[in-house]
Ligand binder design. Sequence first.
Ligand SMILES: C[S@@+](CC[C@H](N)C(=O)[O-])C[C@H]1O[C@@H](n2cnc3c(N)ncnc32)[C@H](O)[C@@H]1O
Length: 488
Amino acid sequence: MLTPLSANPKQLTEFFREAGFTHEQFQKNPTLRDLPSRRLGNLPDLLERTSEHTALHVLLRWFFLGVPLESESIAGLVPAPVVAQLLETGMLVRDGGRLTPKVMLTPCEGFLFAADPAGTLESPESSAMALWPNQSTRLLQMFTIRRPSGATLDLGAGCGILAVLASGHSRQAVATDLNPRATEFARFNVWLNGVTNVDCLTGDTFKPVEGRTFDLIMSNPPFFVTPSTGQIYCENSMELDGYCRDLIRAAPRYLNEGGFLQMTLEWVQVSGQSWQDRLNEWLEHTGCDAWVLRSFVRSGAAYAAERIGTMMPYSPLTANQVFDEWMAYYRARGVEEIHGGILVMRRRSGQNWIRIENVNGLECAEPFGEAIVELFANHDRLASDRSADQMMAWKPRLPSDVRIDQQLHLEGGEWKPSSMQLRRPGTLPSFLALDPQVADFLRRCDGTRTLGDLGRDLAAEVKVDPEQVCRQCCAVMRKLVERRLVLV
Ligand SMILES: C[S@@+](CC[C@H](N)C(=O)[O-])C[C@H]1O[C@@H](n2cnc3c(N)ncnc32)[C@H](O)[C@@H]1O
């Protein structure tokens, strides 16, 4: 049981920060890449790598490796008031002469998040554990639109990390979870990070916030596609991908006009359907614009093997049996592939659009919420301004991070350009092949002049009918705007 204290947590969190228990440390230190695990057998190596007599190594041993330490071994490294607070909160317990950690701590963006210790995953308690921030958390964290939000909901909040991170750009945030243990951790983390605008509620999906609406809903839900229901942190009681479907279908009721739902998700492709069909069915007639980015696809067998490997409470002996059960479940339902990715929906009155795309893996090194905002803004312009006249009023702007890659070939002893590609790097990269005339035209797109003026100037320069130039400008501009290579 964790207890938020009446005292300010600053002394505690400052000590962690000064000792170097920080996000930057976790990023740069290879020791901290893999969690300690019986399956990997990496604990002895991790102990060796954290054997220096320093405050950081004490904190890592307690709150990353999850090992008890003798009281004498920490003398002079952790101040008595810090130890007292760790004991008072329940993050440590005294066990004879030893101090035993009860939580794992993960630093992120200057905050600290307590969750169940890594070892819980390999124990019978795994079914009800509060999961620590992991890869899918990070994906949603990077993908979140960090614009000011009046009301934000983190659904399936686990230890509350996304709600706490969103507290800085939200007037009020709510973290909800079906698992009361997760709510306990979320409440504790709200205190630990000195945040005052996050409420933590327990309940199923939208039940705890019935009747309320939000500007931003984030969810990293329990989306594993499994025949079982035992592990609350990743499994759910619905058939196949039904939990994600129901969440998507219900969400518009809880969104304000213009409000966004951003979530991670997995879905199946069954025989006779394309990988997009199921999503299209889910996303039609929701009153929302929707954009899905698929980041992976696996055969049923590859998916089962990978997921069973990560849900480690299964012993190797039972793993084969579990694998056979999963495969029989998929076969009976015609599941051929399982897909995963991210979804954004925005509630908007009027004619809505749906866009479903593929990317080969998502690099999550940097936040890309702003790219989502751009994508929606550009899509709105494309949907609303369909005529050439409307487009002529656009003031196109080339983003500062676009680049042109040029390929040259040898001709008559000289290098000659053979192709050009306009490219925008980043987590959502985009490309378009260009001819040199268009590249030259784009130089002038600085957001100050209308497409009409730019087109007329070009027509005068190349002595071509302005009507024809404008038609060509519109065609190419639509492709560029669709790909965020030009902003309007
Ligand atoms: C993949 S974890 C995500 C936790 C956290 N948001 C993160 O990103 O690290 C999914 C969370 O959903 C919660 N959950 C499972 N079923 C739920 C339900 N029916 N309603 C609300 N939350 C649920 C689990 O307890 C778990 O905390």
